[in-house]
Design a protein around this ligand. Structure first.
Ligand SMILES: [Cu+2]
Length: 462
């Protein structure tokens, strides 16, 4: 081997060859480093010989209503690979830059965003209302190499996927159930009974902390500091008065969804009443004349106030059950005793997100009962999407829709509940065990980090 010379001016053929070898060695090392980076990140970032460098690929997954994906990346030519994992149409728009077409559920698109310089960028879904509902993300672009990718939240596992780790994450997330969190929603609101018998309730609308899942505290928009808002129960014939104190930073109103009220009490500012300005109060007064399974929520900027927590249940009297009837061969006892009546309020957006009664699994409440118990569940969908609610073992007898008793009740194991709808069901706990009860849109209950969202269980004892 030719000894290495330090004389840089040596242009003899041997010296030039030496330099060539050194250059090759340096290039080789550089390629090895790049290869290592590529292997680690799972995406090509190498320069093609004599051509443009290949763009870095950044994955985004769209859903209702979130944009999941890397939030930190390197500067340079970049292509966004976008998949719509949601059930509604979405797009991905780079603020001040290009956008994908609107993608239907399951569709994908590549978006060449050109050369990204170091700085911060915003991406969002440009479909009306989706950005406000949470489909916005901030990207940080740094000079040079990106920090290591944290896995692909869109669920597009590749060669580098650690399957055992995914198994463990899911198992651990499930075993965390039930988990303690601060705050319980749906608590009964006690009225003050006025001399003329009117039942007066007080609601304060404000932004308050709410623990959605263990350790995840959000700034919820609440009535009386809870999600769902306090449960209001009144009887047929009651005169109802509700004093609403608005401590929000913006105006609001309250719509009594499913309750028959005079037009001036319908809660639609500015048509039926003036907006309740921040710091003001408004009094709703009406008499309830028939049994109802209803709810109340903000109407003004409902797309923001409602998903963020401003919704509650409102019940008038009791809706008739099909006792003594035989439905598809199953006899409902004439002397039926209901051991529990459960409000199940669904949400899927805003700061609360995918949740049952304001909590996300594993913080959702587990329900307990004994074999033979009859249970009533009222589903209320205050979210922006449909949720097929599935009980693993016990058939649900749908006996009322939006508080109206059905002349022909029917049995289901999965019940679609659309936004604004209420269903009342009866079920009997026939077998012991822990029986899972969840929304059957699977991305509403499971993600790469494990189980979350709209899942709970019935724990039935002998
Ligand atoms: Cu769902």
């Amino acid at each position: 081997m030719t000894p290495r010379r330090d004389d840089a001016s040596d242009l003899s053929p041997a010296g030039a060859f030496d330099k060539f070898l050194i250059v090759l060695a340096v290039l080789g090392a550089a390629v090895a480093v790049l290869a290592a980076v590529v292997a680690f990140r799972g995406e090509p970032a190498v320069a093609e010989e004599g051509g443009e460098p290949e763009p870095q690929i950044v994955h985004f997954a769209l859903s209702e209503f979130a944009i999941d994906g890397a939030t930190e990346m390197a500067s340079g030519p970049t292509v966004f690979e976008v998949v719509n994992d949601g059930s509604a149409a979405h797009n991905l728009t780079l603020e001040g830059g290009p956008a994908t077409p609107d993608l239907a559920a399951g569709e994908t698109a590549s978006l060449d965003v050109g050369e990204l310089s170091p700085g911060t960028y915003t991406v969002f879904c440009a479909i009306a209302g989706h950005r406000d509902a949470g489909m916005e993300a901030l990207l940080t672009v740094s000079q040079g190499a990106a920090p290591p990718a944290e896995g692909d939240p869109g669920g597009h596992a590749g060669e580098d996927t650690d399957w055992a780790a995914l198994d463990q994450q899911m198992t651990d997330s499930i075993l965390a159930f039930p988990a303690e969190t601060e705050g319980v929603g749906n608590q009964p609101l006690e009225p003050t009974v006025l001399p003329d018998g009117t039942k007066e309730f007080h609601l304060t609308a404000a932004i308050t902390d709410w623990e959605v899942e263990p350790g995840k505290v959000v700034e919820a928009w609440t009535y009386n500091g809870m999600v769902p808002a306090p449960h209001i129960q009144v009887e047929v014939g009651d005169k109802v008065r509700v004093v609403v104190d608005n401590q929000l930073p913006m105006g609001t109103d309250v719509h009594w969804h499913g309750v028959k009220v005079p037009n001036s009490m319908d809660g639609v500012a500015p048509i039926t009443q003036p907006l309740i300005q921040s710091g003001d109060t408004f009094v709703y007064e009406f008499t309830v004349e028939e049994p109802m399974v209803a709810m109340y929520h903000a109407h003004h900027h409902g797309q923001m106030q409602v998903p963020n927590g401003m919704f509650g249940t409102f019940m008038v009297g009791e809706v008739a059950m099909p006792v003594g009837q035989t439905v598809s061969g199953v006899e409902i006892p004439a002397d039926l005793v209901v051991s529990q009546e459960i409000p199940m309020v669904l949400n899927d957006a805003g700061v609360i997100g995918f949740s049952l009664n304001g909590k996300s699994f594993p913080a959702t409440q587990p329900y307990t009962g004994k074999v033979g118990d009859w249970i009533v569940v009222h589903y209320f969908n205050e979210g922006l999407q449909i949720h097929p609610m599935h009980q693993h073992q016990f058939r649900q007898l749908v006996y009322a829709k939006d508080g109206v008793p059905l002349e022909q009740p029917y049995w289901v194991d999965t019940l679609n509940v659309a936004p604004g709808e209420r269903y009342s069901v009866l079920m009997q706990l026939e077998d012991p065990g822990t029986w899972v009860w969840h929304c059957h849109i699977l991305t509403h209950v499971e993600r790469e980090e494990g189980m979350f969202g709209m899942v709970t269980a019935f724990i039935v004892e002998e």
